[in-house]
Write a new protein. Structure first.
Ligand code: FES
Ligand SMILES: [Fe+2]
Length: 355
């Protein structure tokens, strides 16, 4: 792969199917509540029945198109459309058409359904599955946060005005940090980095190493180490481990990119840590919005160039993770389109760059 730069064109955005996308925080979906979301360009209502059951339905009433999210959750575990009161269960099946009268039993409501998406709640997050074949059961489960009893302790979410690919690449691109994130109180002098990467089932990992950023000093001792994983479609975990006050800890930072549509992406960063590390919170409150905001602003600038649909470059070695992302995505899209097994194109490799 030590060839000339890869030249690729921007433009068409593919949303991968047969994947879980992080859609909301569990705590934001109350019992009896609903929220309308645009996910992968599709309107989806995410809600919770009064018994606590989650649901995710296409937010378009099959009768005449009104958003179900504008209706209400009823006691007997259904959602009522605000226009003519049709009711739908969490599996999307219509359970009642109130306007029909006795003798009109040629209309069977249970034959009418709105698309329902597989949905999971774990680690305080809600994940929605977008299947290539709408009726198929999920072929996997959503990613797990590698912290025991994970609770989102700190959350920052911003809308990036770009498609998912530029959002994802921006997160794995090591060369931008000194320019985009440089501050007087943050180290800006670039140094040479050598990092080893290994493949994961649907992505790759920058293997465990001692972090170079001064910010990690807050986590104390010399034994702090971190690994950074990326897996399709857009999940990045930074898993920090070490000892503080003589106790070992795991802190995990999750960054997910959820496509709103082809030109807008929700980027959410969530940190998970054990309750006894609560003193970390103010630190994240200061740094978190700053860094995600830096990335959002550079993407807005990038948009001014991308509007002209230029050819772009990915160059060695600092853009290799971005090349891997494109290859992984292509391999996944082909495997779901052809029904063939996914083969990870990433091979173990050590990358060197200055940042
Ligand atoms: S539009 Fe929903 S019930 Fe008529
Ligand atoms: Fe960044």
């Amino acid at each position: 792969m030590n060839a000339e730069p890869i030249v690729q064109t921007s433009g068409d955005v593919t949303f991968l199917r047969d994947c879980w996308y992080m859609a909301a925080l569990a705590r934001d979906v109350k019992r009896g509540g609903m929220m309308r979301k645009l996910l992968l360009g599709e309107p989806v209502v995410i809600g919770r029945m009064k018994n606590g059951d989650l649901f995710a339905l296409r937010d378009i009433c099959p009768h005449r198109g009104v958003p179900l999210s504008a209706g209400k959750v009823l006691g007997e575990a259904s959602v009522e459309c605000p226009y003519h009161g049709w009711r739908f269960r969490k599996d999307g099946v219509c359970s009642l058409i109130p306007s029909t009268v006795d003798g009109q039993d040629n209309i069977d409501p249970s034959k009418i359904r709105v698309r329902s998406y597989p949905v999971r709640e774990q680690d305080g997050l809600i994940w929605v599955y977008f299947a290539a074949n709408e009726r198929a059961e999920p072929a996997s489960e959503p990613p797990r946060v590698p912290v025991p009893n994970a609770v989102p302790r700190w959350v920052e979410s911003q809308t990036f005005t770009c498609g998912i690919d530029h959002a994802v690449i921006g997160l794995m691109d090591p060369a931008h940090a000194p320019y985009v994130h440089g501050r007087w109180w943050w180290r800006v002098t670039p140094r040479e980095k050598v990092k080893h990467y290994e493949p994961l089932p649907t992505g790759f990992v920058m293997t465990r190493h001692a972090p170079s950023k001064a910010a990690y000093k807050i986590l104390g001792g010399a034994d702090v180490s971190t690994e950074i994983t990326f897996e399709l479609p857009s999940t990045r975990f930074e898993n920090i481990r070490g000892t503080i006050f003589g106790r070992s800890f795991d802190v995990s930072g999750l960054t997910v990119c959820t496509p709103i549509d082809a030109n807008n992406t929700q980027v959410t960063q969530i940190f998970f840590w054990p309750a006894w590390l609560g003193f970390l919170k103010p630190f994240f409150m200061i740094l978190g919005p700053t860094f995600l905001g830096d990335d959002r602003r550079i993407v807005e600038l990038q948009k001014q160039g991308l509007e002209f649909n230029p050819s772009l470059m990915l160059i060695q070695d600092s853009d290799v993770p971005a090349m891997w992302y494109h290859r992984l995505k292509k391999a996944w899209a082909e495997s779901t389109a052809n029904g063939t097994p996914f083969v990870n194109p990433v091979k173990p490799r050590t990358l060197r760059w200055r940042s």
